[in-house]
Ligand binder design. Structure first.
Ligand code: PAF
Length: 283
């Protein structure tokens, strides 16, 4: 696996692959790779002849009181894991390479509406940071396919909307959430879980499974179900931020005729802010 750090090196490599018409799949990451990321890379390898992975901890998507400064960096282990998975190229840009005029003066890509609800409401500006950096990375890598995890479901929908709205010729593939045996969704932020918080964290997914059971059992009082789940999380030791039943297709509030739903949740335990979701089919 090659590692490149500049736009010039990246474009030169991609140009060579384009000449041989080899399909290229791209997995953008912020590093600290875990089994969830590696599943994305494996998917990318299964659908394209060449796989590019990026590692860039993007300051633009962190709020002022969030964990940008302490975000875990494990570059050597990440590189070893990517070699093992057969990735072809690692793009490891500097801050100046991505934001040559600084983060405060960059052109911003915004997906209105979707960027303001749920995660967007609790992390103002977060999704503008995500769509801006992903648009830049897409322009640099020029992939045929890009791969994202379903754990960040709202992010996945935003990227799909951005690609459609900006006519980017990129297929967006999604990969199911990889979980620990306890059910806890794999996340780089799980490394913040210490002591008793480790035992509490899996209750987030267990609560979502309870919501799924209740809704699949016929309950349609969504607000009541959300409130009960918030209470369940608080009693388990979380500071819950939201539990919300939404339409899978667009995250709008569901009506009684909507059958394909998703329940999304965010909750803080100790130093870790966790998010998760579960899809639900109701008749
Ligand atoms: O999901 C992530 O790790 C990040 O939001 C992404 C897509 C790499 C953009 O920085």
């Amino acid at each position: 696996m090659h590692t490149v750090t500049t736009e010039r090196q990246l474009r030169e490599q991609v140009r060579q692959w384009r000449e041989s018409a080899t399909p290229l799949a791209f997995v953008p990451t912020m590093g600290n790779l875990h089994a969830g990321h590696l599943q994305l890379v494996r998917h990318a390898s299964s659908v394209a002849g060449r796989v590019v992975v990026s590692i860039f901890v993007n300051p633009l998507q962190f709020g002022p009181r969030e964990d940008f400064a302490s975000y875990p960096v494990t570059l050597e282990a990440d590189q070893a894991a990517l070699v093992q998975e057969g990735a072809d190229l690692l793009f490891l840009p500097s801050l100046a390479e991505i934001y040559p005029h600084g983060t405060g003066a960059t052109t911003v890509v915004e997906v209105p509406g979707l960027n303001a609800m749920l995660e967007g409401e609790h992390r103002p500006g977060h999704f503008n940071g995500v769509t801006t950096v992903v648009a830049k990375l897409f322009n640099l890598v020029q992939p045929d396919i890009a791969v994202f995890g379903e754990k960040d479901y709202q992010q996945l929908l935003l990227i799909r909307r951005m690609v459609a709205d900006l006519c980017m010729p990129i297929r967006i593939d999604s990969v199911a959430t990889v979980r620990e045996p306890s059910g806890l969704a794999m996340s780089s932020r799980n490394s913040y879980l210490a002591g008793a918080d480790r035992a509490i964290a899996p209750q987030l997914y267990q609560t979502l499974l309870d919501v799924q059971r209740v809704l699949e059992g016929g309950e349609r009082d969504y607000a009541g179900v959300e409130q009960a789940a918030m209470q369940q999380l608080a009693e388990a030791g979380f500071q819950p931020e939201y539990v919300s039943v939404r339409r899978q297709a667009d995250l709008a509030l569901p009506g009684l005729a909507d059958g394909q739903l998703i329940v999304l949740a965010a909750a803080v335990v100790g130093r870790a802010r966790l998010i998760d979701n579960i899809s639900i089919s109701v008749a």
